[in-house]
Ligand binder design. Structure first.
Ligand SMILES: *Cc1c(COP(=O)(O)O)cnc(C)c1O
Length: 429
C-alpha cells in the first residue's frame, strides 16, 4: 500500500491528499528550523537531567506526606536547570494552569497590594481568580487590587503606560505570553524581555510573573532567561510532553517559589510535603519528550495556517509568520464550517474517533462551544484538539498533535470534512 492509499483508508481522498502534499513540500525549510530548535531544547533538558543526577530511584513515587521524595525534588531541579531558575515547583497536586497561576498570585501578594497586568486582559479563567468578574475567594475579596495596561493597537507593549502605571502599591507584574483565545498576537520572548527590563528600570525589586502556557520550548529561550521572576504553566500542555496526566509548574527565584509553596500546601509545610504518587516517570519522560512533541504541534499549526490561508480564510498567525506558541486561529466565517472542522479533527483522533462533537452550553461562556478532543489525557491541549465558540466571526482554535503525522492527518481530515459538506472548494495548484 502506498502513502496515498493508507490515507484513503482513513477517509482522505486523493484531491485533499494531493493538496496537502503540495503544501508540505514547500514547508521543508521551516520544518528544518523547527527541528533545530527541538534539538537544541532536547540537549537543554538532557543536560539538566545530568546536572540533577536523575537516577532510577527517582522514578518511584511516594504516598502520604511525601517527605524526602527524591524523584519530586530532582524533577524540580530538572525544571529549574532547564529554565535557568533558582527553584521550581512541579506537582500533580497542582490541578491545571489556572491553579498554578492562582498559587503564584496568592502566594506573592498580600492585602493592600496591587497586581498589574501589562499584557492587557488576562486569560478568561484568571478573571475570577483576580476578581475582575466578581467571584468568591478572589484576590479582590482579600483586598488585593488589580490594574492593567493594554497592549498597543499593533500588539506591542505600551512602555510609557507601564512606567506610569507602576506605583508604590504595585507588588507584582503579570505578563501573558500566549494570546490564549484572544485575537492579539502572541508575545515573543524577546518582546517579554524588553518589558521585564522596562519594569526593572522603574523598580528592580518588583517581581514579574509570566503566564508561560503554550509557550514552552517553542523558542530556545524562556522568559526566565531574561529576568522574569516566575514562569508558570500547565503540564497538560507543552512541558508534560503528552505523558503527564495532570499537573502544573512554577519556576523562578527562590523567594517567589517559596512564597508560592506556602499557598500550594500551607504555611510552614511549603514544598516539603506533597507526594508524587506514581507520576514521576510520566513527568520525567514527558518533559524529556516535550521539545520534540512541541515541534510536532508547531508543524501542525504551520501546516494548518498554510492549508486554510490558501483556501481564502484569515489565519492567525499567518502562513509565514514566526511562531511564539502552538495555537492557530482560523476564521471560518460560518457556524457550519466550525462544526465541520471540529468533526474532521475528531475523526482523526486516536481515541473517540467514532463520536461526533456537538456545540454545547459550557459553564462560563455566553455562546455554545464545540470542542474536538480525542485525547489520551482528558482535556489535554498538547494533543490534537480544536475548539470554537459558535459566534461571529466563527473562529476555530486548533492546537496540538503529539506527533507531526497525527497533526497532519487531523488537518487533512478537517479539510475533508469541509469538502464533503460542500463548504470549501480546493484550488488546483
Ligand atoms: C491554558 C491556559 C491557561 C490555564 O488554563 P488551564 O485550563 O487551567 O490549564 C492560562 N493561560 C493561558 C494563556 C492558557 O493558554
Amino acid at each position: 500500500m502506498n502513502r496515498e492509499n493508507i490515507y484513503a483508508s482513513l477517509g482522505i481522498d486523493s484531491e485533499v491528499y494531493a493538496y496537502g502534499e503540495g503544501i508540505v513540500r514547500e514547508l521543508s525549510g521551516r520544518f528544518a528550523k523547527i527541528d533545530e530548535t527541538a534539538e537544541y531544547n532536547q540537549m537543554k533538558v538532557i543536560h539538566a537531567m545530568h546536572e540533577a543526577q536523575v537516577s532510577e530511584a527517582c522514578l518511584t513515587g511516594t504516598t502520604g506526606y511525601g517527605y524526602n521524595d527524591l524523584g519530586r525534588e530532582k524533577l524540580e531541579e530538572v525544571y529549574a536547570h532547564t529554565f535557568h531558575t533558582e527553584a521550581a515547583l512541579v506537582r500533580p497536586l497542582i490541578s491545571c494552569g489556572t491553579h498554578a497561576l492562582s498559587i503564584a498570585l496568592f502566594g506573592n501578594l498580600r492585602t493592600g497590594d496591587e497586581l498589574l497586568s501589562i499584557s492587557g486582559k488576562p486569560y478568561d479563567t484568571l478573571e475570577e481568580v483576580i476578581g475582575i468578574r466578581p467571584s468568591r475567594g478572589s484576590l479582590a475579596e482579600y483586598g488585593i487590587t488589580y490594574k492593567q495596561v493594554d497592549l498597543r493597537e499593533e500588539g506591542s507593549f505600551d512602555f510609557e503606560g507601564i512606567r506610569n502605571a507602576i506605583g508604590p502599591k504595585t507588588k507584582l507584574v503579570a505578563i501573558q505570553r500566549s494570546k490564549g483565545y484572544a485575537t492579539r498576537k502572541t508575545l515573543s520572548v524577546s518582546e517579554i524581555a524588553e518589558a521585564v527590563k522596562c519594569v526593572k528600570e522603574v523598580d528592580p525589586n518588583l517581581p514579574v510573573m509570566v503566564d508561560n502556557c503554550y509557550g514552552e520550548f517553542v523558542e530556545r529561550v524562556e522568559p526566565s532567561d531574561f529576568g522574569a521572576d516566575m514562569i508558570v504553566g500547565s503540564l497538560i500542555k507543552n512541558p508534560g510532553g503528552g505523558l503527564a496526566p495532570v499537573g502544573g509548574y512554577i519556576a523562578g527565584t527562590r523567594e517567589c517559589v517559596e512564597k508560592a509553596s506556602f499557598r500550594m500546601t500551607c504555611p510552614g509545610l511549603g514544598s516539603e510535603v506533597g507526594p508524587s504518587l506514581n507520576m514521576n516517570t510520566s513527568f520525567y519522560q514527558g518533559f524529556f519528550l516535550a521539545p520534540v512533541v512541541t515541534a510536532a504541534a508547531l508543524k501542525g499549526a504551520i501546516f494548518s495556517a498554510n492549508v486554510y490561508e490558501r483556501l481564502g480564510f484569515t489565519v492567525v498567525p499567518d502562513s509565514t509568520e514566526e511562531r511564539h506558541d502552538i495555537i492557530e486561529a482560523v476564521t471560518l466565517e460560518t457556524p457550519e464550517r466550525v462544526i465541520a472542522f471540529c468533526e474532521g479533527i475528531q475523526k482523526a483522533a486516536p481515541v473517540d474517533a467514532h463520536v461526533t462533537p456537538e456545540p454545547w452550553d459550557m459553564p462560563g461562556y455566553d455562546d455554545p462551544v464545540i470542542m474536538a478532543a480525542g485525547a489520551f489525557v482528558s482535556g489535554s491541549s498538547i494533543e490534537l484538539s480544536a475548539d470554537g465558540p459558535i459566534r461571529p466571526p466563527y473562529n476555530v482554535y486548533f492546537q496540538g498533535g503529539l506527533t507531526w503525522p497525527s497533526a497532519k492527518l487531523g488537518i487533512l481530515s478537517s479539510l475533508q470534512s469541509l469538502k464533503d459538506k460542500g463548504l470549501v472548494t480546493i484550488p488546483h495548484c
